[in-house]
Ligand binder design. Structure first.
Ligand code: NDP
Length: 245
């Protein structure tokens, strides 16, 4: 147990992020963020209570530098530098490129990429001073495979890989590691609502013939924060049941 350490998980209210929060709460204090409005906040408060004070959630729009700066300043003054950041929050706005609206293009870039910039700007100086920690970016196999209808999404997920390598080089001497995780098709709400026929076709394209479980991603995130990965930095770990082979 390392109760003195806290980690930030962006977009921890559901899906993969929620699983990451639950997994990391065994070892760390966890702060997570979400976006949607108040009715969700109440449900999240009671969920957090189950973790006996080790998990706390805040509504904070990562695309808004002012919101990120305010929350980060409060967290730093109360708890000091975080041990880890999991840049998980992400959206898709699927459309063929020539049909994509400017609004959707910018929403994807802002959420998936600019929010990482905001959080890093706010927290990295303190982490470098503390000189220990690990940053994980939630990319996607779309970054390397590409996907028709996902030009904006894939662009952000591929950009994360460049960010990972470059930032890893910048901060390695401060004992900070930076890695990416690239999930394939994971059983989140998005997959659960698909028609069975559609799922069948998708499964055929996966060598392991099944979708991934959220826990299979969160365990890899846990590994990238742990001492077991103490000499791994700048890497992109694919968790996809073989789709990209
Ligand atoms: P979900 O859509 O289930 O959850 C997204 C999370 O991000 C929610 O907590 C949401 O908050 C939060 N969020 C969205 N926008 C913002 C914002 N502006 N500020 C703060 N929080 C925000 O996502 P998944 O679990 O499916 O995916 C998580 C990550 O994994 C994403 O980065 C995604 O690209 C990546 N990924 C997912 C795959 C999959 O199969 N699901 C495959 C490959 C990669 P709220 O609940 O309030 O909306």
């Amino acid at each position: 147990m390392k109760p003195d350490k806290w980690v930030l998980v962006t977009g921890g209210s559901r899906g993969i992020g929620e699983s990451v929060v639950e997994h990391l709460a065994d070892k760390y204090n966890v702060v997570f963020t979400w976006l949607r409005e108040e009715e969700q906040a109440r449900a999240l408060e009671s969920e957090c209570a189950q973790f006996a004070g080790k998990v706390i959630g805040f509504r904070c729009d990562g695309t808004c530098a002012a919101q990120v700066d305010t929350l980060a300043a409060n967290l730093l003054s109360e708890h000091g530098a975080p041990f880890g950041i999991i840049h998980n929050a992400g959206i898709t706005r699927d459309a063929l490129h020539f049909r994509q609206t400017s609004q959707d293009w910018h929403a994807v870039i802002n959420t998936n990429l600019n929010a990482i910039f905001h959080w890093n700007q706010a927290l990295l100086p303190a982490m470098m001073t503390k000189s220990e920690g690990s940053i994980v970016m939630m990319s996607s196999v779309s970054a390397i495979k590409g996907n028709a209808g996902q030009v904006a999404y894939a662009a952000t997920k591929a950009a994360m890989l460049g960010m990972t390598r470059s930032l890893a080089k910048e901060v390695a001497r401060f004992n900070l590691r930076v890695n990416s995780v690239l999930p394939g098709l994971i059983e989140t709400e998005m997959v659960q609502v698909m028609a069975e026929a559609e799922k069948k076709i998708l499964r055929k394209g996966i060598p392991m013939r099944r979708f991934g479980r959220k826990e299979e991603v969160s365990q890899v995130v846990g590994f990238l924060l742990s001492d077991g990965s103490s000499y791994i930095t700048g890497q992109s770990l694919v968790v996809d049941g073989g789709i990209t082979i």
